[in-house]
Design a protein around this ligand. Structure first.
Ligand SMILES: Nc1ncnc2c1ncn2[C@@H]1O[C@H](COP(=O)(O)OP(=O)(O)OP(=O)(O)O)[C@@H](O)[C@H]1O
Ligand SMILES: [Mg+2]
Length: 329
């Protein structure tokens, strides 16, 4: 078995405000292998972005990492100083965010923005960097790269801007790309093209991708494995092929049941009854307990269940009363 390139262990993060503390991430562990796409999926506020920002230590000042470690290619990232982290970011780990237009500087041509990532990390002149820009833009799937390089972000569509962000994120051939909802601001066709682009990167360059999404369609299309996040914890993890047809955690099942279906188009879109946890206090029991259809007395008395392999050993679930008996065929 190869070593994972990224290993997150027991990560907990709190946002400390004047009025309240938010327990945003509570003991998350995950591994990511070379060339693998791992999707983090969960409702808004479940802690996905906080996990993502913790890895390259890009959390805002009010955030506190209260436990855990991140090992990337054998380096403990939380032990690095700011200079060392700056080298890792962009060069070895890069990020793609939801809103490509906001991620780009509006008053600098996109070509100059791509060139800047090269000059800031490589011993290379501005002129040489600019010469490499069209090839990088074409590699990210932009036709007519010479013209695009001269354009400003507002002159390009959202999909084109996201391709520019991909060109910037991949310019230095990073080992890891963290993509936080990279397609949710785009229409469905462009979304599929961007996913195909990420898929090509992992196949051709062996890039590992941590992909954050709330969309199981995206998970099915590109992920090798999926981790379902609820209340700042991973509650279920496995391949999309095992998790999606037969979710074990009642939350995963509820989330999948909210997917729009053709036969339900005339009715209302189902939603999970109850509301997501506030996360302003440490959880004593399973965070899904107040909304769970399958809760038993044990769930109300014992601490939150740990993430453990099911009987098949193929997937992990954190639940005392999962949806299916694992070996029921
Ligand atoms: N800067 C911040 N200060 C205080 N609380 C925050 C901050 N950022 C996030 N939170 C809170 O931390 C929790 C987790 O937020 P996070 O953004 O990680 O969730 P998410 O899963 O990425 O949600 P979304 O799908 O909406 O992007 C939420 O309760 C959120 O309100
Ligand atoms: Mg988010």
């Amino acid at each position: 078995m190869p070593e994972p390139i990224l290993r997150v262990r027991d990560l907990s993060v709190q946002y400390r405000g004047k009025e309240q503390t938010t327990y945003a991430v509570n003991g998350v562990s995950l591994d990511l292998y070379k060339g693998e796409v791992l999707a983090l999926v969960g409702e808004s506020g479940s802690g996905k972005t906080t996990v993502a920002l913790s890895i390259p230590k890009l959390l805002p000042g009010e955030a506190q990492i209260t436990s855990g470690a991140v090992e990337f290619q054998g380096q403990q990232l939380f032990d690095l100083n700011d200079d060392q982290l700056r080298t890792v970011r962009g060069r070895q780990i890069s990020m793609i965010f939801q809103d490509p237009v906001a991620g780009l500087n509006p008053v600098i041509s996109v070509g100059d923005q791509v060139a800047e990532i090269l000059t800031s990390h490589l011993e290379i002149s501005k002129k040489d960097a600019k010469r490499r820009v069209p090839a990088l833009l074409s590699a990210a799937g932009l036709a007519d790269a010479e013209r695009v390089a001269k354009a400003y972000p507002f002159q390009l569509s959202g999909g084109m801007c996201q391709r520019v962000m991909i060109a910037i994120a991949t310019a230095l051939d990073p080992e890891l790309i963290i993509a936080d909802e990279p397609t949710s601001a785009l229409d469905v066709t462009v979304q599929a093209q961007i996913l195909a682009e990420l898929d090509r990167l992992r196949r051709e360059r062996g890039t590992s991708i941590l992909l954050i999404t709330h969309n199981f369609g995206v998970v099915a299309q590109i992920a090798d494995r999926v981790a379902v996040v609820y209340g700042g914890r991973i509650v279920e993890k496995g391949t999309p092929e095992t998790v999606m047809p037969k979710p074990l955690h009642p939350y995963t099942a509820a989330l999948l049941a909210t997917l729009p279906r053709l036969d339900a188009l005339r009715g209302e879109l189902p939603s999970i009854p109850g509301s997501p946890p506030e996360m302003t206090e440490p959880v004593e029991h399973c965070p899904f307990l107040p909304r769970c259809q399958k809760a038993m007395s044990r769930c109300r008395t014992e601490p939150a269940p740990p993430l453990e392999p099911d009987a098949s050993g193929e997937r992990l679930v954190a639940c005392y009363n999962p949806m299916w008996i694992a070996d029921d065929g």
